[in-house]
Structures are given as C-alpha cells and as structure tokens.
Design a protein around this ligand. Structure first.
Ligand SMILES: [Zn+2]
Length: 395
C-alpha cells in the first residue's frame, strides 16, 4: 500500500504554527514551532518534565520555572487513584491544586495500566486492574479516561490507548494497535471540553506496516496533536529511528505537533528531533538526579563518588541553575552521602536545567538554519544515551 500524507484537519484548541520548516535538501526533518495553549506558549522542540503526582519530585513551582520549563506532564492514572480527579476538580482543577499556572498535559493512563497496575485484564471495552497503591479494583474505558482528564483540566489531554512493549510479538502489537484505534474514536466522541486539546496516540510497535497504518488512521482523525506511542521502551536507537522513518514521512504535510512519549536522555532527544519530533516527556532527568547522577556537557558525573568530596567547583561552570549558582560539588557529594533532602532538589534542578537548555540550543540551531551542521557539536554535548528509561516507578 502506498503511503499517502494524511490530510491536515483544522483545529483551534491549541493552535500550532510551524515557524521553521525542514530544509528542502532533506538533510534533516527537524522543525521549530509554537504551540499556543490556554495557559501559555510552548516553543518546540520542547521537553516536558514529569509531575507524576501533581508535583515534579522535590521541586516547587518556582523551581520548575527556574529550570526553563514551559509545560509539564502529569499522570492521569496516578491522580485518578490518588487523590482522585473529582477531588481535584472540586479544589479548582489541576493548575490551581498544584499552583502551576503554565501549560499542563496529562497522559492517557494506558501506559501505567500496562506497566504498573496488577492483574490487569484488557478487553475491547476497557481495562480492569488492581491499584498498585491499595489493591482496589478499578476500570478505565476511553469514556472514563476523558471524564477524568476533563475534570483534572489540563491544557492537553490524551486519548486512551493500549500500548505494548516494542519487542512484543506481532500478533500482540496488531491487536493492541487495532484496539487503540477503536479507543481513539471513542475518546474523540467522549471528549467535550472546548478549552482543552485532545491528542491521539499512534501505536504499531516496530512493525513498519502496522506503524504506517496506525499513523494514517490516527492522523485522519480530528485530534489536535499526534502522540507517537510504544517507543522509548526496550527498542534499540536504530529500531526507534526506523519506526520514526515510517511515521514522520506520513505526517510530513500535517500541521499538528508530534509528541514522542517517554524519551528523555539528551542524545535520544537530539536524534528524535532530527527525525522530526516536536515534543517529549520523561522522568529520566529527575530520576537519575535523585541517584546522584548529574549531566554536564559530554559527560555524566556521579556525585556519590569520593572524588567529589573535596571538589569546590560547581557541577557545571556556566549553568544558571539553583545548584550551580550557589553550591559546590563537594557540598552536593556531602548531601547525597548524608541522604539530605536538599540533595534531591538541587540535583533535579540541575538535570532539568541541563535538558531544557539543551532543547533551547536545538531550537536555536533549527531557527538559524544550521541544525544539521550543528549535530556534531550537539551530539558531543549530549554525551551517551541511556537505555531502559521508560519504566515508570510506582510513586
Ligand atoms: Zn546546574
């Protein structure tokens, strides 16, 4: 079957403008754009820090702003289970609840049902599972997931989907992909909030024909943006690149933002932008920070190493973050050894600042028309990639 570029569908709920198109030479599919949400503008390519439980772990909203974040992600599954979407709605919605007045995206919960919940049973109507918190039985359907996200009130909601690990057998991928399509239609029908965007999810695993078919199907529907699901799992970077080489050409003339869910190491972000992706999220920068690992240009430091106990330098000389402005590697190394809570806040501020600064460098290069030429320098700054990043911790 020949691939046809999906017809773009007009949407005004979160207008997206492509400001810099990829060059006609075809040396890169990277593009720069601007997403306008009810709570502010998001420059793309962009990375979203993850606030699983309506908090980016260890940071307050001022800290999050200071890292350069323009938009954060919160997890539908977690907030549905605790404290409950109806309670958050009664308390004024998610923005007010967590005192964050900038854009928020909530995910579909599908990934957490598959990766976190116990004894889940997925049928065509929905998913029944036991809570990872208290073992209680719950059921999510496309319709209830829309109700939950409309109650939470993020700027962007995501259609309920059935993800599978990239390495799953073809029959399993095909089954989950077809179900995701049926659930996408039901999500669209159930979603009523006009001040909230709805993104659809492309699945298809690593099977080129299933991936292409899923891209065409989801892109043919009036979603406000397109999520690329089922990657950032156990696939290799080469497998991921091949999958993106199927997805992005189908979407070439599509004006909507493309969001690859779950990717977070600087090198992986860079290559995915090069492949044509606009938006990302991951717990990775914050999670590795809490283990004492901080990113610096071209490298990663483990602050638990004894070598840092006498090191008076900041983590990174030119970094504007809370940790680097005021504190030494020696102080951080001490805090981690003493398991002091400030260690987690400072290291998280640094890794998110590094990641968001890296995205700014990428956007600047794209807008200046020198992105492919800058790849060598950007790859050197990114350092090596980190595998196994998509697993979600029970929080
Ligand atoms: Zn720093």
């Amino acid at each position: 079957m020949a691939l046809e570029t999906a017809a773009p569908l007009a949407s005004t709920r979160v207008p997206y403008e492509v400001l810099t198109l990829p060059p006609a030479s075809g040396t890169t599919r990277a593009r720069a754009g601007r997403l306008t949400t009810p709570h502010g503008v998001v420059d793309t390519p962009q990375f979203m820090p993850v606030g699983t439980n309506a908090t980016v772990k260890a940071l307050d909203p001022d800290d999050i702003v200071s890292t350069g974040a323009q938009i954060i992600l919160a997890n539908t599954y977690h907030l549905y289970l605790r404290p409950g979407h109806e309670r958050i709605e009664r308390l004024g919605g998610l923005h007010r609840f967590m005192a964050w007045d900038r854009p928020i995206l909530t995910d579909s919960g599908g990934y957490q049902v598959v990766s976190l919940a116990d004894s889940r049973v997925i049928d065509d109507d929905g998913a029944t599972f036991r809570s990872h918190i208290d073992g209680g039985t719950h059921r999510l359907t496309p319709e209830t997931v829309m109700q939950i996200q409309e109650a939470l009130g993020p700027d962007i909601a995501v259609a309920f989907d059935h993800p599978v690990f990239p390495s799953s057998p073809r029959a399993e991928v095909e089954d989950a992909t077809e179900r995701t399509h049926r659930w996408a239609e039901r999500s669209l029908r159930a979603h009523t909030r006009e001040d909230q965007a709805l993104f659809g999810v492309i699945q298809g695993g690593l099977e080129p024909d299933l991936r292409a078919r899923s891209t065409q199907f989801i892109a043919s529907m009036p979603f406000d943006g397109l999520c690329i699901g089922g990657l950032a799992g156990d696939e290799t970077p080469v497998e991921r690149a091949l999958a993106l080489d199927v997805v992005i050409p189908v979407l070439e003339a599509d004006p909507r933002p493309r969001y690859l869910m779950g990717l977070g190491s600087p090198r992986d972000l860079l290559e995915a932008v090069h492949a044509g992706v606009d938006l990302f999220d991951s717990v990775l920068p914050a999670r590795v920070a809490r283990t004492g690992q901080v990113w610096v240009p071209g490298d990663r430091l483990n602050l638990r190493n004894a070598a840092f106990l006498d090191d008076p330098r900041p983590i990174q000389d030119d970094c504007p973050c809370l940790a680097c402005r005021r504190f030494s590697r020696a102080y951080l190394a001490h805090l981690f050894r003493a398991r002091e809570l400030l260690a987690y806040r400072l290291a998280t501020c640094h890794n998110l600042t590094f990641t968001l600064d890296f995205m700014t460098r990428i956007r600047t290069a794209i807008k200046a028309g020198v992105f492919p030429e800058s790849l060598t320098e950007l790859r050197a700054r990114a350092g090596r990639s980190i595998r196994g990043q998509a697993t979600d911790e029970p929080a």
